[in-house]
Ligand binder design. Structure first.
Ligand SMILES: [Zn+2]
Length: 432
């Protein structure tokens, strides 16, 4: 009783009147069109905010975006008063791991992520049986959560003793699970990539114990079969520049770029402890690498938060400023930056999904502008997930995945936390 009263009060206070649409129906249906009237639109492309706009959503898509008052309200019961609100695309965390852990814990994290503004994620390795089960549960409206896109992992034989890999491959001999295959430079990649693709993955992830010849062959075949290639920024022994030259679409973890300045080594367990003293962030080696990434269209997935968590330890003290400076320089040079957390949601540290903290670090640590940071977590993240044709920007014809914020994220990036309304596929899944 008290809860209903509160909801009604907030709904009338903000002018939001769409109670029937908040329900996620079990069967597909055609939605009543929704008009968001007089809202400020930040479309995810990096373009400046447009004030006093009307946004119409119909059948799960954005039907129009036009100056306020130029489009008649499609239905009197479906108008959201957008005054004082800021529309941005639904956020996309392009580095999560949802394929391990108890089902209930993962379902809880999925719901919290969606309510906190994450409408899609890119999962970068786990047990794909579990990941795709979660993906399907969201599509089938069995649980609320972000839409999941995921990868299949490739690694060298030496990597298949890692306990996380063995856990994610239960039931298979290590290195033979379709989503986690062991490969060498003599592998039949046409076969291997076809198996990887059969898991439902949209990309392969090159992880560790892979030399430059192997990453080159894997990348050519993955592209031939229409899959993106995402790689740890060093795969031991392949260096970052080998991965860029091979045509990888995205390198993950900015600190791993430091290995460009070290002799080739197979020592992948040392990946987070490179020579940050010996190779300063502004060294010509890094400058050349970042320019190579820009010229080849290789994106960077910095994952600042996961390293920031250890910013105070002896390695982190040097690594964190290095990572921030290199991420900043990458953005300045025109490398595509793709936001991701390597975490999604951690109720022990934050009631909101971690991506809000990552955005704050991208701006206040790595020096991106708020608009650049928002693009990194919307348009660019959708691109990495292979989903940019239908989500990640606010434009006519795109899926209606958007957030209404109660404060201006361009004035202060921390205002992405002021999530008032979440719309996924044209359905209001959160309202005040
Ligand atoms: Zn990760």
């Amino acid at each position: 009783m008290r809860i209903s009263a509160r909801v009604l009060f907030l709904a009338s206070a903000t002018g939001i009147v769409a109670p029937a649409l908040a329900q996620r129906g079990p069967a597909p249906r055609r939605d009543v069109p929704i008009l968001i009237r007089d809202v400020t639109v930040i479309d995810g492309t990096g373009a400046v905010a447009r004030v006093h706009m009307d946004v119409v959503m119909r059948d799960g898509k954005i039907a129009s975006i036009a100056a306020t008052g130029t489009v008649p309200a499609p239905h009197p019961d479906s108008v959201i008063d957008g005054r004082g609100l800021f529309a941005i695309p639904g956020l996309i965390d392009a580095h999560v791991h949802m394929g391990t852990g108890p089902w209930q814990e993962r379902a809880t994290a999925m719901k919290a992520a969606l309510m906190g503004g994450i409408t899609s994620v890119l999962d970068l390795a786990g047990d794909s049986r579990a990941t795709s089960d979660l993906q399907r549960a969201v599509i089938a409206d069995q649980i609320p959560g972000p839409h999941i896109h995921y990868i299949a992992l490739l690694g060298g034989p030496a990597f298949f003793t890692d306990p996380r890999v063995l856990d994610a491959s239960r039931g298979y001999t290590a290195g033979t699970a379709p989503w986690m295959q062991s490969v060498t430079d003599t592998t039949d990649f046409a076969h291997t990539i076809a198996i990887a693709k059969g898991t439902g993955a949209t990309a392969v992830k090159l992880y560790a114990a892979l030399d430059s010849a192997t990453v080159a062959r894997a990348t050519v075949e993955a592209h031939k079969q229409g899959m993106k290639v995402i790689a740890h920024a060093t795969t031991f022994t392949a260096l970052p520049s080998d991965l860029v030259a091979a045509g990888a679409d995205m390198l993950t973890h900015t600190p791993y770029l430091v290995w460009q300045g070290s002799p080739r080594t197979p020592d992948f367990p040392s990946r987070a402890r490179g020579d940050f003293f010996g190779l300063p962030a502004d060294s010509p080696v890094i400058e050349k690498l970042l320019m190579q990434m820009r010229d080849r269209g290789t994106a960077l997935n910095p994952t600042l938060w996961v390293f920031d968590m250890q910013a105070a330890d002896s390695v982190g003290k040097v690594r964190s400023p290095w990572m921030n400076a290199v991420t900043r320089r990458a953005q300045q040079l025109g490398v595509r930056i793709v936001a991701g957390t390597d975490g999604l949601y951690n109720p022990r540290t934050d009631s909101l999904p971690i991506l809000h903290r990552e955005l704050e670090l991208l701006v206040n640590g790595a020096g991106l502008t708020p608009l650049q940071a928002i693009s990194s977590a919307t348009r660019n993240a959708a691109w990495a997930a292979g989903a940019d044709a239908f989500t990640g920007t606010l434009a006519v014809g795109m899926n209606a995945d958007l957030l209404l914020l109660g404060a201006d994220p361009v004035a202060d990036i921390r205002n992405t936390r002021a999530v008032r309304v979440v719309v996924q596929d044209g359905k209001i899944v959160r309202q005040p």
